[in-house]
Design a protein around this ligand. Sequence first.
Ligand code: ADP
Ligand code: MG
Length: 253
Amino acid sequence: MKDSNQEVLMQTHKLGKTFSHGGVQQHVLKNLDMTLYKGDFTVIMGSSGSGKSTLLYAISGMDKPTLGEITFEGQEITGLSNDQLAIFRRKNCGFVFQQIHLLDTMSVLDNVLSSAYLVQKDRTQAVVKAKKLLSEVGLDASIWGKFPAQISGGEAQRAGIVRALINSPKAVFADEPTGALNSAAGASVLDVLTEVNERGQSIILVTHDVKTALRGNRILYLRDGVMVGELHLTPYSEDSGPERQKQLQSFLA
Ligand code: ADP
Ligand code: MG
C-alpha cells in the first residue's frame, strides 16, 4: 500500500479535454480526478484511443486542458500564460516521446544541449552535465558526436531520456517510450527509467503494454477518458517479477 507519508506531486480536478473534428466534439478526457505522488513510478495504462497521450500532454504542460484544474506541488498551472507555462515546464518536467524526436541535423550531444537552459548561462557546465548524464545511461564519448541516423533506436531513446533529464526536472513523463524499439532496446530504456526513479525523480509513464507496466509501483487504468482503477505494487526489482506479474494480471482481468 501507499506510504501515508508520501507527498502529493500533482493533482487533477475534473480535468476535461475536448477536440473538435469539423464541428463534431469529441470528449477525450472527462471529469478526470487523479493524484500522483512524489517518488512514484506511476504507470497509466489503457487501450489505444483511451486518452493516455492526451492526459500526459495535459499534465506535463505540453497542451492545455479544456476544463478543470491541474496543480503541481500545490501550484495551479491551468491558469498560467503560455510563457509562464513554458518556464514551469522547463523547470519541472522532462518529456520522453514514443517517436524519440531527436533532431536529425544535430549530434547526440547538441540534441541534449538544445533542451538545457543552463547553456545560456554557462555552456561549459552544461556540457559537463550532459556528458555525465550520457555516460550514466551507457552512451560513452564515441556516441556524443554522432547524428541520430548513425546510432541505434535504443541509443537514440537513451539520448532522449538524457535530454529529458538535463534540467533536473522533478518529474519525467514518458509516452510509450519503448513503442518504437525492439525488446532488448526497450528493456535497456526501461532500466534507465527505473534507475532515474530509484534516484528520486518521479516517473509518469503511459503504456498499453503489460511488461512495461510492471516497472511501475502504482498503476492507474484509463478507460474512455475516465480513471477506472488503481493498483499498488511493491517497487520493481528483477526478483520480485512473478508475484507482481500475478497481481497486475488479476488487476487487468
Ligand atoms: P491513447 O494515447 O490512449 O492512444 P490519445 O490520447 O492519443 O489516446 O487519443 C484519444 C482520442 O483523442 C483519439 O480518438 C484521438 O483521435 C483524439 N485526439 C488526440 N489528439 C488529438 C488532436 N490533437 N486533435 C484531434 N483529436 C485528437
Ligand atoms: Mg498514445
